[in-house]
Write a protein that binds this ligand. Structure first.
Ligand code: MN
Length: 321
């Protein structure tokens, strides 16, 4: 099943062709809240999905069907407790960082930055498919490179601590396409990856049953139609179950948490005006525009400040972008 959050943070189920969605919000009854800020309904849905699934499936026969082109797709997660990101999980990416990128963007190679690791990104950096990546002022002022990292994203369903690798996939609700944007340079990774709009997620969440073993998924990222990253998830140094086991040995994983699984090789700079496309087998394509127009950040803030969590640009029926 493909779960989408759209328009005024309603819940939709996307068809197999990726052309239409069915609005199933009404079937959630009192479980759904119009207030996007907080969004406990989504976190409870992540936790209780197995129980809710038959109800949502039945709702697909009754709900209003909408062409995807006519809705605003939001990030297919709401208010996760954390984003756990993975560093140095593809050997060819470790090589490119050591041999070329770090020297260029930081003037030196810090060996500590070449080790496999997990770290946190601010959840406020999440945006959906219809929202641009905004280059931060510091990137323009100091001519720092902002890079794309197109990655497989995991959304947690069942909470756990010290999860064993062999049990790990049982804690996964589903998968999303993620872009882990980063300001290259010196200093803390979490800070450089937590700028507003630096975690586009989408286009929808594909539940784990449709993916099975998340090995063997092709990842392709292009900028302006030119291929930058091309890899397969079977090239990960630490597999998805291994990442979940490691992360949960440090911090409990909770329903709705997002895990980014690391950058394939081919990371590179984006500039204002670029269009980034990320495609992952079975998950669809996430298309994101890059801008230096700071107004997009302000609009996201306006939505939070608006009562009901719904801003003027998110009215039902408005077109994407
Ligand atoms: Mn990354």
């Amino acid at each position: 099943m493909r779960l989408a959050i759209f328009n005024d943070y309603r819940l939709g189920v996307v068809d197999a062709a990726g052309q239409r969605l069915t609005d199933v919000t009404a079937e959630l009854g009192g479980r759904w809240e119009p207030e996007a800020f907080g969004a406990g309904w989504w976190l409870r849905l992540c936790r209780d999905f197995d129980e809710l699934r038959p109800q949502i499936e039945a709702a697909c026969d009754r709900g209003e069907v909408l062409e995807l082109e006519t809705v605003v797709l939001r990030a297919p997660v709401l208010n996760p407790g954390k984003i756990v990101a993975t560093a140095m999980n593809y050997a060819d990416h470790v090589d490119e960082m050591r041999d070329t990128v770090l020297q260029r963007v930081a003037g030196r190679v810090d060996p500590a930055l070449l080790d496999f690791d997990v770290f946190l990104k601010a959840t406020s950096s999440i945006v959906g498919p219809g929202s641009p990546v905004v280059l931060p002022a510091i990137a323009l002022r100091e001519q720092k490179e902002v890079h794309h990292e197109g990655e497989l994203g995991v959304v947690i369903g069942r909470a756990g601590i010290d999860i064993r690798e062999e049990d790990a996939l049982g804690h996964v609700l589903g998968y999303v396409i993620g872009l882990d944007m980063v300001l290259r340079g010196h200093g803390d990774r979490s800070r450089r990856k937590s700028y507003d709009t630096f975690t586009p997620l989408g286009p929808w969440l594909t539940t784990a049953d449709e993916i099975g073993d998340p090995k063997g998924l092709d990842i392709h990222l292009s900028v302006g139609g030119a291929t930058r990253q091309r890899a397969n998830t079977d090239q990960m140094i630490v597999s998805v179950p291994g990442i979940i086991a490691h992360a949960s040995s440090i911090m409990r994983l909770e329903p709705g948490d997002v895990i980014l699984t690391g950058a394939p090789p081919g990371v590179g700079e984006v500039n204002a005006g670029d269009t980034v496309d990320v495609t992952i087998s079975k998950l669809g394509t996430l298309e994101v525009h890059v801008t230096a127009d700071d107004a997009a950040r302000q609009r996201a803030l306006d939505e939070i400040n608006a009562r009901g969590g719904v801003g003027p640009r998110s009215r039902a029926g408005s077109r994407r972008r």
